[in-house]
Ligand binder design. Structure first.
Ligand code: AMP
Length: 142
């Protein structure tokens, strides 16, 4: 497996060199909105550790990322009146991974509404800012 690239786009976000629409942060994980959401509120949860994907992650990082994904999922149900949540996580190019820092997709779903195709449309900044605000408030209230 290739080694971890410290200049991938998510590491730059983790270092604060690029902006994000943050919805949750603790000492081991960061969650922010996907800028090309497959549904409103689509969030990515990352470990802060330099981890490429599930194949080099520690059990602790994996467990923590999933714990945060659950927190985000519960918040998203409330914030977006979602009927369900789809969780996705891709590993290596053959597995559909595009950005090589481990991340879990948390995708709020409405009954009968299909997800948009991956990376199909960049969402407007004001919509992302509003959705981040809603999700932050819902997570904090949990
Ligand atoms: P994948 O590696 O297949 O899970 O895909 C990477 C995901 O990151 C896609 O859903 C992109 O829309 C998303 N993405 C790429 N760049 C950014 C960014 N700067 N901020 C937030 N999401 C991003």
């Amino acid at each position: 497996m290739p080694s971890y690239d410290p200049n991938n786009i998510f590491t730059k976000i983790l270092r604060g060199e690029l902006p994000c629409y943050k919805v949750y942060e603790d000492d081991k994980a960061l969650a922010f909105l996907d800028i090309m959401p497959r549904s409103p509120g689509h969030t990515l949860v990352l470990p802060k550790a330099p981890v490429r994907n599930i194949l080099d992650a520690s059990a602790d990082d994996l467990a923590h990322v999933m714990t945060v994904a659950q927190k985000v999922a519960k918040g998203a149900i409330k914030a977006f009146a979602a009927d369900g949540i789809t969780i996705q996580q891709f590993n290596e190019s053959a597995g559909g991974q595009v950005v090589f820092h481990l991340h879990v997709h948390v995708i709020p779903r409405k009954a009968g509404a299909p997800m948009k195709p991956p990376a199909s449309e960049k969402e407007k900044p004001d919509v992302l800012a509003e959705n981040a605000k809603k999700l932050v408030a819902a997570i904090a209230a949990d």
